[in-house]
Ligand binder design. Structure first.
Ligand code: TXA
Ligand code: MG
Length: 346
């Protein structure tokens, strides 16, 4: 894939003028980063094949993974997918909010095939963020948006994180504050009839199961990516990877390690980032990606050798947190770019 031409990334305010400029850029096939309640997204007009292709180029994504389409409301989403009874019930309960549903694509959908990676399904969501919804409403078309980070790097929960990786590679960013939820949306596959969890995220599985009954957990994205990496070694094994090695379930910490703490911190670390002093998993989710970035940058500068992570319970948003931490700790293929490398280039 050829490198995208350098551009000057415009910094837009989260006001009417900023939204008008962002909408005009999207309409012209540009790339605009914007906040959602989960993480910042890198948006393009989902109906414009070339604009969607630019997303993959800007991220340096090595292959075409399908993207989530963002809508201002559920009626707009139902123009592209068939929700069925289950989809309608889930939308009523969780939209706007951090739930993405994979549903059968309508034949009449104008969404670019590349956005759905040629599948007969589409991933759709209505974000719980005024800026994201206003942008989609103003454009009058769905916005395709993956997380606004270079491929393989930690997802951005602040505007500065986006610029660290993508400044000069995207047309604009709407600079609003930090993201409230902090981990990506829950991805639920409804296309096969029975709901199956593809990625744990901002809506807990417990909350979904309270509404629709047991949710299948067999086909995880991690498993799908592992299978893909067998065919194309080294592409997608580790995600969310800081440069310092990550060690999970630490019960002791060394002075030459940084500590990602949950609850009362272990003593003796060279550097500590507290996810949640009183063990609240939602607070921890909101602070997770900032913490990985901060410990990686400051830990490397201080000559530390790794990041030790205290255990986080597998309940509520803890499922999403542990999924991201396991990816951060996964073995890394030689040659994979990591956060610090990416920021050095960015
Ligand atoms: O919170 C979020 O979901 C953020 C914000 C920006 O909305 N977006 C995000 O996008 O995390 P991304 O591209 O990083 O992750 C989307 C995930 C991918 O793992 C992709 O494989 C999966 O959703 N996905 C998208 N379309 C799919 C489809 N048709 N079938 C199965 N999985 C799909
Ligand atoms: Mg991502």
């Amino acid at each position: 894939m050829s490198a995208p031409a350098p551009v000057v990334t415009e910094r837009l305010a989260p006001d009417a003028a900023g939204l008008a400029r962002a909408t005009a850029l999207l309409r012209a096939g540009g790339l605009v980063a914007f906040a959602t309640e989960t993480v910042y997204g890198l948006g393009a007009d989902a109906t414009n094949e070339q604009a969607v292709a630019r997303i993959f180029a800007a991220k340096g994504r090595p292959h075409f993974n399908p993207l989530i389409c963002h809508y201002p409301d559920e009626q707009a989403a139902w123009a592209d997918v068939e929700p069925g009874e289950l989809g309608r019930a889930l939308a009523a309960a969780f939209w706007p909010g951090p739930l993405t549903m994979v549903l059968p694509r309508r034949a009449a959908s104008r969404v670019a095939l590349l956005a759905g990676a040629g599948l007969d399904t589409l991933a759709v969501r209505v974000p719980d963020h005024g800026i994201a919804r206003a942008l989609a409403a103003g454009l009058g078309r769905p916005i395709a948006a993956p997380s606004a980070n270079r491929s393989g790097a930690v997802s951005p929960t602040e505007a500065a994180h986006v610029l660290a990786g993508l400044d000069g590679r995207i047309d604009a960013i709407i600079e609003s504050g930090p993201c409230r939820v902090g981990v990506e949306s829950t991805v639920l596959d409804l296309a096969a009839g029975h709901p199956a969890l593809l990625r744990p995220g901002g809506v807990s599985v417990e909350a979904i199961e309270a509404l629709v009954g047991p949710v299948g957990r067999g086909v995880s994205l991690a498993a799908a990516e592992a299978a893909r990496s067998l065919r194309s070694p080294g592409l997608m094994v580790s995600h969310y990877a800081p440069r310092l090695p990550v060690r999970l379930n630490a019960t002791l910490v060394a002075p030459n390690e940084a500590l990602l703490a949950f609850g009362p911190p272990l003593e003796g670390a060279g550097l500590t980032w507290q996810l949640s002093e009183n063990g609240n998993v939602s607070e921890a989710a909101a602070r997770l990606f900032s913490g990985l970035r901060a410990l990686d940058a400051r830990g490397l500068a201080a000559g530390l050798v790794g990041i030790a992570v205290m255990a986080v319970p597998q309940e509520g948003l803890g499922l999403a947190i542990n999924d991201r931490l396991q990816r951060a700790a996964a073995p890394r293929p030689a040659g994979q770019a990591h956060l610090s490398d990416l920021e050095a280039q960015g």
